[in-house]
Design a protein around this ligand. Structure first.
Ligand code: SF4
Length: 180
C-alpha cells in the first residue's frame, strides 16, 4: 500500500506544525547512548513520568515495537527566538508542538489505529504525572519522546532529508508518527 505523503504533510501543517517530511524508516536506530543521556536527568523527568525511562520500557522493546512499521512522518515546530535566552518563545513553541502532536495523533488514529507516535520531550499532559503511584490518567494521549526510545533525533532527520537546524536563534521541536 502506498502512503499519501503529501496529504499527511498538508494535514501536519493544518494541525499547526511548521514543517513535515517522510521519515526514513531505516534511520530508526535505537541507541543505548541516547538512553544514557536520559538517565543523566538533565530534564528532570527521568524516573518521574510513565512515558520516560525507565517506565517507558527498554531500548530493545522500542526497537521490537518499531519493527512492525514500514512508514513514518516527521513533524516539526520551528521557533524564532530574539536571542539564545528567549526561554519564553521556546516554552511557547514546545507547548504548541505538544498540542499539535496530540491533535494530529487523534486525527490519524481514525485511519491508522495502530499508529505509534514519538514526541519531543517528556509527556506534560498533566501538571503532575501520577508515576509511580497510580496508572497514567490519559494513556491514549500520552507518548514517549523520540529520545526516550533511544533515537538520535538530528541523525534521524538528516537520514530522512528533513532539516533539523534552521539557523541561528531558531529551535525546532521534532516528533514522528509511525504508521501501518
Ligand atoms: S498523561 Fe499524565 S499521567 Fe500519563 S504519562 Fe502523561 S503526565 Fe503522566
Amino acid at each position: 500500500m502506498g502512503y499519501p505523503v503529501e496529504k499527511l504533510k498538508a494535514l501536519a501543517l493544518a494541525e499547526g506544525f511548521d514543517a513535515a517530511g517522510e521519515l526514513n524508516i531505516q534511520a530508526l536506530v535505537f541507541m543505548p547512548e541516547v538512553r544514557e543521556m536520559c538517565s543523566a536527568d538533565k530534564c528532570g523527568a527521568y524516573g518521574k513520568n510513565w512515558r520516560c525511562p525507565p517506565a517507558c520500557g527498554s531500548i530493545e522493546e522500542a526497537a521490537k515495537r518499531a519493527a512492525n512499521y514500514s512508514f513514518g512522518m516527521l513533524v516539526q515546530t520551528i521557533a524564532h527566538m530574539e536571542d539564545e535566552f528567549d526561554y519564553e518563545t521556546i516554552e511557547k513553541a514546545q507547548k504548541a508542538h505538544a498540542e499539535s502532536f496530540i491533535r494530529m495523533m487523534r486525527t490519524l488514529k481514525a485511519e491508522y489505529p495502530d499508529i505509534l507516535g514519538m514526541g519531543a520531550g517528556t509527556c506534560r499532559r498533566c501538571k503532575q504525572c501520577t508515576y509511580p503511584d497510580a496508572p497514567c490518567r490519559f494513556p491514549e494521549d500520552s507518548y514517549s519522546s523520540m529520545e526516550a526510545y533511544g533515537l538520535w533525533v538530528s541523525k534521524v532527520c538528516e537520514l530522512s532529508g528533513v532539516p533539523y537546524n534552521y539557523g541561528p536563534c531558531t529551535v525546532a521541536f521534532t516528533s514522528c508518527y509511525l504508521l501501518k
